[in-house]
Ligand binder design. Structure first.
Ligand SMILES: Cc1ncc(COP(=O)(O)O)c(C=O)c1O
Length: 399
């Protein structure tokens, strides 16, 4: 019988796992995977202590909106807990197509398909369309889900400088005209809070006949007059071939979407492994996402409050001379530029009852080690005061 102490020498995979330095560091400093005992609005409770949550992407604070809760409960009663199968084989349900039609319309697209995670949608938006021999030009700072889609597709890829259409143009100019070309960007970059320079990216794509894929996980509900997202904000809905994103941010649910023209989406349903081989989005998640979507259209006050809170929060950080990487959105990084100091800053915030996310290289570019924060419509003025005090304390203690 094998026991723990000799597994390491015999099994190479177990040996790798047991000696992994990154895991050892994570367990030593313990910045991730905390278990909160309770969560209400913009507050969480950790080891009995009430904290202001500054890490979630609940931009509009709709997670406890009565209409969202009611829709989720009613869907459970009507449809049960799960569809327990993929839609290709087990069929769609009316709540899928209802959500897809309303979302497509909201995004200015003909058709839409929803998945049980934004990650699946983003992988699918690339893997379904790109194939071996194709060329993908990708902003070097895009989300891990898009990289997964690129690697799964087997296509060649070239990175261009972050949010730099000139760099994109230069990279494309080195490429032969023969291969099918893709460009992959985010609408709002999740770590940096930058809004994509979409009109210039669109110009390059039009000139070079590139298929443009945009992940708007952090743009939906945030950018655009009532949160229709980055393409609508710039009036470029037509020119973006595929928009993908998540329900786990401003829509306060879980799941994701891919939207495009009807012909593009029919093709995706034929070729997307994430669609064909994964169980459908569940009833209550779909219902909560749809209820949030309807709230975006009918209750602009959440969007307005988000913008007010964003401005107030940004000025708190700017008054302390903190580097916010020129964020223009509610996703606001505090760039520290060094792992140890970033950790100390994160810990100091925690001591003061503010919970943020530590993000260090390689998750962020070298010398960009940061504490990622995101502000919500749900934060109160009292929360903002507590955040301001905690930031001042963290600056003194860690920088
Ligand atoms: C830019 C971006 N794309 C995709 C995803 C994946 O979305 P989900 O969390 O719904 O799987 C995320 C979530 O972290 C994200 O930030």
């Amino acid at each position: 019988m094998a026991f723990g102490f000799n597994i390491k020498s015999k099994n190479k995979v177990l040996a790798r796992i047991e000696s992994d330095k990154v895991t050892k560091m994570r367990l030593k400093y313990n910045p991730y995977y905390h278990t909160f005992e309770k969560h209400r609005g913009s507050h969480v409770w950790l080891d009995g202590e009430e904290m202001v949550m500054l890490a979630s992407n609940d931009y509009l604070g709709l997670g406890e909106h009565p209409k969202v809760l009611e829709a989720g409960r009613a869907a459970l009663d009507q449809w049960g807990a799960s569809t327990t199968g993929a839609r290709l084989a087990n069929g769609s349900r009316a709540f899928h197509t209802e959500l897809e039609e309303e979302l497509a319309d909201f995004l200015g697209k003909e058709a839409c398909h929803v998945h049980s995670a934004g990650y699946l949608s983003c992988v699918s938006s690339i893997q379904s369309f790109a194939e071996r021999g194709d060329m993908i030009f990708v902003d070097k700072n895009v989300h891990s889900s898009l990289w997964s889609g690129i690697h799964l597709s087997g296509a060649n890829y070239e990175k261009f400088l972050h949010n730099d259409p000139d760099s994109l143009r230069k990279e494309i100019s080195y490429e032969s005209d023969k291969s099918a070309k893709f460009v992959v960007v985010e609408g709002v970059y999740s770590m940096e809070g930058h809004v994509c320079r979409l009109p210039e990216i669109v110009d390059v794509c039009q000139e070079e006949n590139c298929f443009l894929i945009l992940d708007d996980a952090h743009g939906l509900g945030v950018v655009g007059d009532v949160g229709q997202g980055t393409p609508r904000h710039f009036g470029c809905e037509e020119e973006v071939d595929v928009v993908c994103g998540s329900f786990s941010k401003a829509l306060s649910s879980v799941g994701g979407y891919v939207a495009g023209s009807k012909v593009v989406m029919d093709y995706m349903r034929t070729h997307s492994k994430q669609t064909i081989f994964s169980a459908a989005l569940g009833p209550s998640s779909a219902a909560c996402a749809l209820a949030s979507l309807r709230i975006l259209k009918t209750e602009p006050e959440h969007h307005q409050r988000l913008e007010r809170n964003r401005k107030k929060y940004l000025s708190i950080l700017q008054n302390l001379n903190l580097n916010t990487w020129d964020s223009e959105t509610p996703a606001i990084p505090i760039v520290i530029g060094d792992k140890d100091r970033a950790y100390r800053f994160w810990k100091a915030l925690r001591e003061q009852g503010v919970f943020a996310v530590l993000s260090v290289a390689p998750a962020v570019p070298p010398k960009k080690d940061l504490v990622r924060t995101s502000i919500s419509a749900r934060h109160t003025d009292e929360d903002l005061e507590k955040i301001a005090d905690a930031m001042a304390y963290a600056v003194k203690k860690a920088l």
